[in-house]
Design a protein around this ligand. Structure first.
Ligand SMILES: NC(=O)c1ccc[n+]([C@@H]2O[C@H](COP(=O)([O-])OP(=O)(O)OC[C@H]3O[C@@H](n4cnc5c(N)ncnc54)[C@H](OP(=O)(O)O)[C@@H]3O)[C@@H](O)[C@H]2O)c1
Length: 341
């Protein structure tokens, strides 16, 4: 019997996830029933939000249960179809999780054209992270011509798109990234106006020098010491789309918040800041605008992107743990299966 693989949540991590929090299981390939599709995974997206799903702390989405397959977005191929509108060989984006095969009734699947762009981009610049950047920046950040936009994790899936869209809209884009190689890429390949290394002891002073007119939009991806460096530089009426706080995801509950909080609230008041948290799904109605604009900018060469590819489902935990430490360079993907069966 043909076998499939899946990775389940074996236990909940305390602090950084460890290999023992995951378990690789070999099972038989599921069989589809009437009105169902069998999908084979090609690409699995690894995303920081998955750390939240491993925890049972209250959040906007329920946690993965112990023993359940880890959640995740994939690009998959239809290998057997009993659903109208889907044919064998169709390529779809779906949420089939960390596994090689998945049975679906077709709901929530989105077909993509593999000739229009590499299929992996449907999980990156033309997928959820790209839409997060597009909506968070344009709908909350609202950058104006000549304003200064700052974003951290600037070489990553979301941050790279934020800075490039800011530039397309006529704003200055300042990135913050981990290490000289990522900063060089952000400036020279992505075309940001500047990029500061957050591991540099002089990070705060260098950020100030890179933002002589202050900061009008801070797209928050990381929190922690980057946020503390940004806060004094914010201009009156600055906007802060709060997208993520990756520097805090492995922190224990009692370590979160802390001394920055009163400083933040004082700045929010005196500078009349707009601070708005969001989840990309809040802007689902903007999908058509997103895909129209981003596909055009991508085709025009205005949106560059980069990927880090891990080979094989079994290595997904290692790649995920590495991503939380900044070891990925661009969108983190796992190659689960070949493009064509
Ligand atoms: N609200 C939403 O709907 C939504 C949707 C998608 C993503 N997000 C959030 O957006 C952020 C970026 O996600 P992504 O998918 O684009 O991931 P990514 O940037 O491709 O990868 C994560 C990056 O975070 C950086 N990082 C990790 N620890 C850090 C720390 N302590 N200080 C500073 N930077 C650190 C690392 O880059 P460096 O090496 O450059 O530090 C790492 O490469 C995350 O916070 C994520 O949770 C939110």
């Amino acid at each position: 019997m043909a076998t499939a693989q899946r990775i389940v949540l074996a236990s909940r991590p305390v602090g950084e996830p460890k290999p023992e929090n995951f378990r690789l299981e070999e099972v038989s390939v599921p069989t589809r029933g009437p009105g169902q599709l069998l999908l084979r995974t090609i690409w699995l997206s690894l995303d920081p939000y998955m750390r939240g799903r491993m925890s049972d702390a209250p959040s906007y989405a329920p946690p993965v249960r112990i023993g359940d397959v880890m959640e995740g977005g994939t690009v998959s191929e239809v290998v057997a179809s009993g659903v109208d509108g889907f044919d064998i060989g169709d390529i779809v984006v779906c949420r089939s999780g960390w596994q090689t095969h998945f049975v679906s009734d077709g709901r929530g699947l989105r077909k993509i054209d593999p000739k229009a762009a590499p299929t992996s981009t449907a999980l990156g610049v033309l997928g959820m992270p790209g839409m997060t950047a597009y909506t968070g920046l344009l709908d909350i950040g609202k950058p104006q011509v000549g304003e200064t936009v700052v974003v951290a994790a600037a070489s990553g899936a979301v941050g790279s798109a934020v800075g490039q869209i800011a530039r397309i809209k006529g704003a200055r884009a300042i990135g913050i990234a981990g290490g000289a190689e990522k900063c060089k890429y952000v400036k020279e390949v992505l075309g940001f106006d500047d990029c500061i290394d957050h591991r540099d002891a002089e990070m705060a002073a260098k950020l100030k020098a890179a933002c002589p007119k202050g900061i009008d939009v801070y797209f928050e991806n990381v929190g922690g010491k980057v946020f503390e460096a940004v806060l004094p530089l914010l201009n009156p009426f600055a906007r802060i789309p709060v997208c993520g706080l990756i520097s805090q995801y492995n922190a224990f509950e009692e370590e979160k918040g802390g001394r920055a909080m009163s400083f933040l609230m004082r700045n929010a008041l005196t500078k009349r800041l707009t601070i708005r948290g969001f989840i990309v799904s809040d802007f689902a109605a903007r999908y058509d605008d997103f895909i129209t604009d981003m596909t055009k900018w991508f085709a025009e060469g205005k949106l560059k992107h980069r990927e880090t590819v891990e080979e094989g489902l079994a290595n997904a935990p290692r790649a995920f743990m590495g991503m939380l430490r900044g070891e990925n360079f661009g969108k983190q993907l796992v190659r689960v299966g070949p493009d064509k069966a």
